[in-house]
Design a protein around this ligand. Structure first.
Ligand SMILES: *Cc1c(COP(=O)(O)O)cnc(C)c1O
Ligand code: SF4
Length: 349
């Protein structure tokens, strides 16, 4: 099939859900968007790790179950938005969201109440106001294009935005958060790469990738085109039950990414978005996985395990603690194998 699957009927026709499931999934479809592009469908049909992809992208009636702790705006974007399309939580950097459309809709998406195919593309005026906010706020050193997926826009539109940002002297770093290299790798063409490399500012692309099975031949080639254009590549992953919550799966993912010249940046604790309970992994389990990875994997392949505090207080590391202090200020450190050592350096003079 060579088109994007969007409805429960499409999914049943493709054999991804049973005909009996269609009625229930229509209820899910009223709340949350679905998109399964051809390259992802092909990966599902050809690969070994079908369930890791199906769980991430094929809707399930479990999404209709919402826990009281789950929030429509889990990380408090709304409380830090000075103008439409901008979220300014930390002094030196802002999110700029030119569109809320994505090439694929992750079933655990933290912005699932906002994203969708007819979800906001900023109008000319709104984009103008958003850029104006950045222009008149000299503390902003970095602009993070996110959404939605900014690389779903046409290369011409992306160039317009990058050109406008180029003109702002205090903005030094441009970061793009995207899933396009995985879900629509054909979009990473000469025009798009040209638009990204045309800027004199430092450009980082942060790729959202949760399982090595997402890395189709096409995705790998798209990532290579970005790397060869001199764009620095990072990855962000979400820790997801039934997708990547094993040390072997995470190790394999991070090795593959480093081999593709992508530096694992963050491993996110799942945000409290509605209807995502079936993906939740406990913090204790997350910390245990991260601890095991430390012993198995090169430092190059270690992301930082992060929590975005519900409500909007920002991100903090959940990195397991390896050091304790006693009452007299002496340290005990725990090695990866569980052995303990004293660490009593001379006092700084
Ligand atoms: C996540 C986020 C950022 C980026 O945080 P880093 O730790 O720099 O990756 C910036 N602004 C907002 C509002 C965010 O949610
Ligand atoms: S790509 Fe990102 S914004 Fe889009 S659906 Fe997935 S998690 Fe949400």
């Amino acid at each position: 099939m060579n088109r994007t699957l969007r409805t429960p009927e499409d999914l049943a026709d493709a054999g991804l859900v049973s005909a009996d499931a269609v009625e229930g999934l229509k209820q899910v479809a009223q709340k949350y968007a679905t998109a399964l592009p051809p390259v992802v469908l092909h990966q599902i049909n050809s690969g070994n790790d079908r369930s890791a992809l199906i769980r991430q992208f094929v809707p399930s009636v479990s999404e209709l179950q919402t826990a009281p702790q789950e929030l429509k705006d889990p990380i408090g974007d709304g409380t830090h938005s000075p103008v439409k399309g901008v979220v300014h939580r930390y002094p030196d950097r802002v999110l700029l969201m030119p569109t809320l459309v994505c090439p694929v809709y992750c079933r655990f998406c933290f912005r699932r109440e906002a994203v969708g195919p007819d979800g906001g593309v900023l109008t000319e005026n709104q984009l103008h106001d958003a850029l104006d906010y950045i222009r008149r706020t000299p503390a902003i050193w970095e602009v993070i294009l996110t959404g939605g997926d900014p690389l779903i826009l046409s290369p011409r539109r992306i160039s317009e935005i990058l050109n406008a940002l180029n003109e702002i002297p205090h903005v030094k770093i441009l970061r793009v958060h995207t899933r396009v290299p995985i879900a629509a790798p054909e979009r990473i063409d000469e025009d798009l790469v040209g638009a990204l490399r045309a800027t004199p500012k430092s450009v980082y692309v942060a790729l959202h990738c949760n399982h090595a099975a997402e890395l189709s031949d096409e995705a790998r080639a798209a990532i290579a085109r970005l790397a060869e254009a001199g764009i620095s590549l990072l990855s962000q992953s979400v820790l997801l039950k039934g997708v990547n919550d094993s040390v072997e799966t995470l190790e394999h993912l991070f090795r593959e990414l480093v081999q593709l010249r992508v530096k694992p940046y963050y491993l996110h604790q799942l945000d409290l978005a509605p209807g995502t309970g079936h993906f939740r992994v406990s913090v204790e389990r997350g910390q245990s996985l991260v601890k095991q990875l430390r012993g198995r994997l090169s430092g190059l392949a270690q992301p930082t395990y992060m929590l975005d505090i519900p409500g909007g207080a920002g991100k903090v590391p959940l990195t397991p603690n390896h050091i304790e202090t006693d009452a007299s200020g002496r340290f005990a450190v725990e090695a990866i194998d569980g052995s303990r050592s004293n660490y009593n350096p001379p006092r700084p003079t």
